[in-house]
Design a protein around this ligand. Structure first.
Ligand SMILES: [Zn+2]
Length: 226
C-alpha cells in the first residue's frame, strides 16, 4: 500500500513538473508571436518594439515571481499547510484562493486594467505625451496576450473582469495543457508553431545579426593589429 502511494505521488509530481514546464513554455510562445509581429510593424514604422515585447511577457511575470517565492518559502521558511507537493499547493490552491496570487496573476490579465491602460495610452498619444505611444503598444500587446490566454485555458483561465469580478473565468473548450481538453495535441502544435516563429525571426533578423558579427570581428581584428 505504502509503495503504491509512493508510486502515485511520484506519478503526480512527474505530471506536475511536465505541466509546469508546459506552463513556462507558453510565455516564450507569447514572446515569439509578439517578436514575429514586431518585424513587419517596424518595417511599416508602426508599433514600438520594446513595448510590444514587454507586453507579451509582463502579464506572466507576477506568476513566475510568486512561484519562485512560494518554492523558497515552503522549502526553507515554513512547512507546507497541507500534505503534498509545493508546486501543487501553489498552482492548484493558492492560485485560485489567495488574494495576493489572484491580484498578482490577474492584474495584467484583466481586460479592465489593460483596457484602461490602452485608453490612457491613446489619450497620451493624442496629446503628444512621450509615454503615449509606448503605453498604447504595451497595452495592445497585453490585450493580445490575454486574448490568446482566454482561448487556451479551460479550468484556469484569467479573471478577465478583475477587480470588478474575482471569480469569473471563461472555460475554453481547448486547453494548452489539460489532457481532457486537447492539451497533448495543443502542446505538439505549440512546439511546431515555436519552431516556425523562431525560423521566421532568425531569417528576418539574419542581416542584422550578420552585420553585428562582422562589426565585432572587425573591432577584434583592429585590436590585434594594435
Ligand atoms: Zn498569461
Amino acid at each position: 500500500m505504502a509503495a503504491w502511494l509512493r508510486g502515485q505521488r511520484q506519478a503526480t509530481s512527474f505530471y506536475l513538473v511536465v505541466s509546469n514546464v508546459a506552463g513556462i513554455m507558453q510565455t516564450p510562445t507569447h514572446f515569439l508571436i509578439a517578436g514575429a509581429l514586431a518585424v513587419p510593424a517596424r518595417r511599416h514604422l508602426i508599433g514600438n518594439t520594446p513595448a510590444l515585447l514587454l507586453g507579451a511577457v509582463l502579464p506572466d511575470i507576477p506568476f513566475a515571481l510568486l512561484t519562485l517565492w512560494g518554492l523558497f518559502y515552503y522549502r526553507w521558511i515554513a512547512p507546507l499547510p497541507q500534505p503534498g507537493v509545493i508546486m501543487e499547493y501553489l498552482h492548484f490552491t493558492l492560485y485560485f484562493t489567495d488574494p495576493i496570487w489572484i491580484a498578482g496573476h490577474n492584474f495584467f490579465h484583466s481586460l479592465v486594467v489593460d483596457g484602461l491602460l490602452f485608453a490612457v495610452g491613446l489619450w497620451g498619444w493624442r496629446h503628444r505625451q512621450r509615454w503615449g505611444v509606448p503605453l498604447t503598444w504595451l497595452a495592445t500587446s497585453m490585450l493580445l496576450h490575454v486574448t490568446i490566454d482566454i482561448f487556451t485555458h479551460h479550468s484556469d483561465g484569467p479573471l478577465i473582469w478583475w477587480p470588478v469580478n474575482w471569480s469569473y473565468r471563461f472555460a475554453s473548450p481547448i486547453s494548452y495543457w489539460e489532457v481532457a481538453y486537447g492539451g497533448a495535441t495543443f502542446a505538439r502544435a505549440e512546439l511546431i508553431l515555436n519552431v516556425l516563429l523562431s525560423t521566421y525571426l532568425l531569417t528576418a533578423l539574419w542581416p542584422q545579426i550578420k552585420q553585428q558579427f562582422l562589426r565585432w570581428q572587425a573591432s577584434a581584428g583592429s585590436r590585434q593589429v594594435r
